[in-house]
Ligand binder design. Structure first.
Ligand SMILES: [Zn+2]
Length: 83
């Protein structure tokens, strides 16, 4: 690589291109911790519907894990909407 060659600077793209979304992590009902072990077992079911907040889903997953805060066993239910 030649040192005389100017470094290519890519112009900043407008941030509006990237839609900001929020992911709510599962919270332990016992100690309110969101820190947990990796998922140990995953159950998937092709279930279509609409959540109470109006979000559509076509896949429901149950993920087993353990809370790192208090050791409570957790089963996280996750609603997904896949194309
Ligand atoms: Zn906990």
């Amino acid at each position: 690589m030649s040192k005389s060659k100017p470094k290519q600077i890519t112009p900043a793209k407008p941030r509006a291109v990237c839609a900001q979304v929020e992911e709510v992590p599962a919270m332990c009902p016992t100690c309110q911790s969101t820190d947990r072990t990796g998922y140990e077992g995953i159950i998937e079911r092709q279930i279509s519907g609409t959540k109470r907040d109006g979000t559509p889903f076509n896949l429901v997953r149950w993920l087993s894990c353990t809370c790192k805060g208090c050791g409570q066993r957790l089963r996280v239910r996750r609603f997904e909407n896949r194309p």
